[in-house]
Design a binder for this molecule. Sequence first.
Ligand code: IMP
Length: 188
Amino acid sequence: MGKLEVVLTESEIQKKIDELADRINRDYAGKELLVVGILRGAFIFMADLVRKLEVPVVVDFVAVSSYGDATESSGIVRIIKDMDESVAGRHVLLVEDIIDTGLTLKYLYDYLKARGPASLRVCTLLDKPDRRQVDFQSDYNGFTIPDYFVVGFGLDYKQLYRNLPAVYALPPGGEEETCLQGQGRRNL
Ligand code: IMP
């Protein structure tokens, strides 16, 4: 049976979120921020991040589909739930769990930019630069990781594992039969 191995612990993630929030608080001091989470993967990261923000915050969400239920990107991004808030003239921070090929964020960035925000930046928990297909950088990124398929802390495999408190690597080929491993850790 395959095992989920811890890639990032809860305390490592929380420390990193504190650091990201400190930077965002400094950069947006005196401004109101519209924080837009990309569903579903960003929901846990965004919930922790916004609770550390000290500037006035409005939250909104977009939902996109790009992967279906597999671990490979289809390359097609589709908005399945648009934002409720207006973007024009506002300071917008797009929050995502992970950049992989970059297709999702590039698409959403261009989509929001066309609506005339006062500023637009991107905050991601994880970055897998090895798999990039389009040139895209996050303004605030937590961790750069190798090309593992990871789950937990909002990230899923076939909609499962989002509730796990840390980030784990899914063993290649062992997706159907996995169990949590208490110890064991991959070196990043
Ligand atoms: P991109 O468009 O290829 O950059 O993919 C972004 C989306 O793919 C993320 O929002 C995730 O939903 C999903 N994704 C990419 N890599 C992983 C992973 O390792 N685990 C879980 N989801 C992933």
